[in-house]
Design a protein around this ligand. Structure first.
Ligand code: FDA
Length: 299
């Protein structure tokens, strides 16, 4: 499965960007903050919460990281002024983690402080394993000072059990996902989807039964039903969990969960730098496979 994903991703890099864009659009709110805020309002009207993600990974220059901080600050202010139900999600690399850890910490500190003043929650996304230890370290430092910050754990990592035990001890606020960086080495990540799903179910039970706030971030029907069963069995209170899904994915399923009375949050990306994010989404979309083989490959 992972090998197939890798192949699909490589093929996507051969497809003209304009063609990828047609399919990518379903996953992105738009290129501008105002488009993202409009989508947020639409989702809020359906009683769905949002987390806004300004697209951009791995900027090479400090000034680009600072520009991203400024966009997020503007987003936070607008969320507050427009009374929207939304947090923000950001990538440590976008805040400069690959440039300098202290620089990244300062950017995160600045943003989370700004968000706290505007009563907005900040979720630090998890990227590939080369950044994992630093991301956890930064999160734990920031958590000592701020309550409005959470992190992400990836079930495909072999280290996930140990990391989650640490997070439970720290009373962390967690989003649990399967993990999107399909090129991870088998020494660090499980490659078999059945194992990844078992790991997800195990970690989800651990988090929910240990009173950690859990963002159940998956579109996997089986896991979603297991989650609902577990929530009933453990009597998990509404303040301790929510379901989370990506914009443009499995909207029917989103409605089923919502109609069953569970809180749901949608991850809404926006910005011009949509390519890397969209490639990760498209390779998770089975319909893309046949499309790629019948259309659009260059040469
Ligand atoms: P899986 O991929 O098995 O899909 C389950 C079902 O949903 C299948 O039927 C599948 O076809 C369908 N589906 C999934 N993706 C689809 C798509 N793009 N288009 C159409 N159908 C699709 N990862 C990470 O490493 N770090 C992070 O910080 C985050 N953050 C994050 C936030 C939120 C809110 C979500 C929902 C996910 C993430 N992820 C993430 C991504 C996550 O790790 C994972 O790559 C995707 O959610 C896909 O995994 P599923 O759990 O949906 O299962």
């Amino acid at each position: 499965m992972i090998r197939l994903n890798r192949l699909i991703a490589q093929l996507l890099f051969l497809v003209p960007k304009s063609l990828v864009e047609i399919f990518a659009k379903q996953y992105i709110a738009g290129e501008t903050l105002s488009q993202a805020l409009e989508k947020t309002r639409e989702l809020n009207d359906l009683k769905i919460d949002v987390t806004l993600d300004f697209l951009g990974e791995d900027p090479q220059k400090k000034r680009d990281c600072r520009a991203a901080v400024d966009v997020y600050k503007k987003a936070i202010k607008e969320i507050h002024n427009r009374n929207l139900k939304s947090g923000i999600s950001l990538k440590p690399s976008q805040m400069g983690l690959k440039i300098n850890k202290q620089f990244c910490f300062d950017n995160l500190h600045d943003l989370i402080d700004h968000a706290r003043k505007h009563m907005v929650f900040v979720r630090i996304d998890m990227e590939d394993t080369s950044l994992k230890e630093d991301t956890i370290d930064l999160y734990l430092k920031l958590k000592k000072e701020f309550e409005n910050v959470g992190i992400v754990m990836q079930a495909y990592l072999r280290s996930a059990i140990a990391d989650i035990n640490g997070m439970i001890q720290a009373h962390a606020n967690i989003r649990l996902c399967k993990g999107a960086y399909y090129w991870e080495d088998r020494k660090v990540a499980y490659k078999d989807m059945n194992i990844i799903n078992s790991s997800y179910a195990y970690l989800m039970e651990k988090l929910l039964s240990n009173n950690c706030f859990t963002g159940i971030a998956t579109h996997d029907e089986k896991l979603l039903f297991e989650a609902m069963k577990l929530i009933d069995k453990l009597g998990v209170s509404k303040e301790k969990y929510e379901f989370q899904m990506l914009y443009g994915v499995q909207e029917d399923l989103r409605k089923i969960i919502h109609d069953h009375g569970h809180s749901i949050r949608v991850y809404v990306p926006f910005g011009k730098d949509w390519f890397a994010y969209s490639v990760r989404r498209l390779k998770e979309n089975p319909k893309m496979v046949s499309y790629i083989f019948t259309n659009g490959i260059k040469n």
